[in-house]
Design a protein around this ligand. Sequence first.
Ligand code: G1P
Length: 295
Amino acid sequence: MPAHKPVKKAVFPVAGLGTRFLPATKAIPKEMLAVVDRPLIQYAVDEAREAGIEQMIFVTGRGKTAIVEHFDVAYELETTLAARGKDMNALEATRATPGDIITVRQQVPMGLGHAIWCARAIVGDEPFAIFLPDELMIANRNGGTGCMKQMVEAYGEVGGNLISVLEVPEEEVSSYGVIAPGRAVSPHLTEVTGLVEKPKREDAPSNKIISGRYILQPEVMRVLEGQEKGAGGEIQLTDAMARMIGTQPFHAVTFEGRRFDCGSKLGFVEATLALALEREDMGAEVRAMAQRLLE
Ligand code: G1P
């Protein structure tokens, strides 16, 4: 079994404009929208930490400062809460280890591939993870693990490049990156033989879509360097990954857990309802409330 370089860095592309949530996202980043009481970015960072990732690289843009501040120590708040004898757990859970949060800027939104490439100097010569925070991946209750932790485990077996995938109805494939699955290594791990970004339904190689989590080798940065525009006139990460197939191992992991597409309003509402319903501190009341509203 070869030893694979551990995954210690993660890139969070968070420079997007969040136009689908206007006017909510006019003055706050979409990654700061809260599902119940945690902003989307914090779910992603917590998932990264659970997987053993130490360095968080945010690819930000104008108007995105709140994302970085969220992981600061908020002295005023903490002092006030302490003086009032209030519970500090929620605040303390957001704190980053000093030096662990790094930001780089993407000046112009030119696509996901371009955003990732903006982090090349920090990624250096190491494997790295990518999190798209509007894909909310929630571990199963009673001991389930997060998506990235499951991917890191698979990485320990096969190395190379991995993406998380899930099946969607055929009419939805054209909104996503789609894989051509190859040999199954185990029930949740499959080789990837091809990748297409936002194919027409009739051209899609399967109904397995890329669901926003990646472990990639640093060579992808060199491929991205010369990557031409693809779907939507953007520099697509999927196109660069497709060119790496055959040069390095490439696998897809099916997450055992739940996924909510918080890039869409419906998905966001679904996530809010699902997570509120299972919260110990409010689940029963939310259930009763939902029943009343449905009557
Ligand atoms: C991006 C990726 C796509 C992936 C999707 C997951 O698309 O390019 O391959 O399936 O995220 O949400 P976007 O949502 O940025 O259009």
